[in-house]
Structure formats: C-alpha cells, structure tokens
Design a protein around this ligand. Sequence first.
Ligand SMILES: Nc1nc2c(ncn2[C@@H]2O[C@H](COP(=O)(O)OP(=O)(O)OP(=O)(O)O)[C@@H](O)[C@H]2O)c(=O)[nH]1
Ligand SMILES: [Mg+2]
Length: 253
Amino acid sequence: MKFIDHTTLSVKAGSGGKGCIAFLREKFRPKGGPCGGDGGRGGSIIFRVNPQLSTLQDITLKHLYRAENGANGGGKNMHGKNGKDIIIKIPPGTIIKNAETEQVLKDLTGENESYVVVKGGNGGFGNARFKTQRNTAPKIANNGQLGEDLKIELELKVLADVGLVGFPNAGKSTFISKVSNAKPKIADYPFTTLVPNLGIVKYGNYRSFVMADIPGLIEGASDGKGLGSQFLRHIERTKVLVYLVECIDEEIY
Ligand SMILES: Nc1nc2c(ncn2[C@@H]2O[C@H](COP(=O)(O)OP(=O)(O)OP(=O)(O)O)[C@@H](O)[C@H]2O)c(=O)[nH]1
Ligand SMILES: [Mg+2]
C-alpha cells in the first residue's frame, strides 16, 4: 500500500429539504387545517479514526465528498427523509486543517474518535408549524438551510512513542525489526527505507509502546537533500528520539 501523509479535498454537506405547504382535505373535513411536513436534514460529513489504517491513500481516490440533501416535506405532516451522513475513515494521528486559512480544525488521535467537519443543513418547517390562533391556515413554509462546504487539508503525523533517527544505512530498520513486531526491508544500501515503519515493542506484563523507523537523514536534509525533511513530521510528536550511530566507520565523524 502506498504511504500518503498529505492531501487536500473538498467536502460539502447536504442541504435541508423544503418545508411543505399543504392543507388537509378529507371527505367530511373540508377545512382540515394546515398539514405541511418539515423537510429532512441534509447529510453531514464525519471523519472517524480507524486504528487499522496507516496511510491517507484511500481518501485521495476522491477529491470531492458530497453528502445527500434532505428530502422535501410532504402533505399529511410527512417529514422529508434525512440525507445520509458520509463517514470517512482516517488513520490515528490525522490533523484536519482549513485549506484556505491553514487553521487546525481537529487533531484526531484517539481510537474511534470522530469529528463532524461539515454539518448538513436543517430541514425547513412545513406550514403546520406556523398555525396560530390568529392564522389557522398559514400559507408559508421555510426552505431548508444550505449544507456547509469547506476545502480541507489532511496531514498525517503517525503516532509513535519513540522515533529512530540516523544516517542512511545506520541500522535503524535492523534495530526496529529486532525489538518490535515490524518487518521492514533491510539492505546494505542507503535509503532502503522510503516510508515510515511502525512497530509495537512489548515489555513487562502486557505493556507496550510504538516505535517509528523513518528514512535516513543526510547532511542538508533540511534543505531537501535525500528524502529531505518530508518525513520528520512523523517523529515530531514522539516522547523519545533514539539516534542510531554507526560505530564501525570512523570517517563519518
Ligand atoms: N555489522 C553490522 N551490520 C549491521 C548492524 N545493523 C545493521 N547492519 C547492516 O547494515 C545494513 C543497513 O541496515 P538497515 O537496517 O537497512 O539500515 P537503515 O538505517 O534502516 O538504512 P536506511 O533505511 O537505508 O536508512 C544492513 O546490511 C544490515 O544488515 C550491526 O549492528 N552490525
Ligand atoms: Mg531502513
């Protein structure tokens, strides 16, 4: 699976359905009063953390997510059907930003945590709602509210407790493969690791923490050399950084 840790997309919630203007007309009740039902609510777009995911790849397949509109209200006080919500699954550690202002809207870290990014509009009131003692036959109803829409940016910063940092070929992937359940590619050439690997390290009685192995860093990485600093975001939030230094080759130092 391709490792993607950054993407932008547009999200649009559904609008509410219109309220209905209708009057009851039954055989023996010719003036039965207003009976227009309310419109249905528009669908919202919700992000939900799925701990099984480790990349934003699935989300990048679509650039626009649009939730259903609510249906219009009907006669005989029939409420319009609500629009379906769209639930988008994201990996833990995904930050949701407003793409225009760069403002962080939410940092989703917890298991099964969710966030409503755009809310569907409420349905309009049907004319039955407007009946008063003075106006028993109102001919008014509301339109539904528009659904919110937004351009957003998703940034994944993997959640790890310990991050491994070092020159290419220093032995980072070998180390994580020995202490955790991760099975990264190990080879005798620089930049074997191209995307972060996560591993669970078990210790004591049923205790564990997450370790991250990222691609090697070379001098000038901050100016974009090698794989540059594009993966540094993944060790930004770790509690501990482990620097792996090769001690055989004297020339490096
Ligand atoms: N002699 C010796 N070789 C090691 C040791 N640890 C790793 N190696 C070897 O060093 C080479 C590089 O190891 P990797 O674990 O792929 O190194 P890395 O830091 O992950 O490298 P990149 O992913 O390219 O940044 C492999 O051929 C390993 O077998 C060690 O402790 N001693
Ligand atoms: Mg490696």
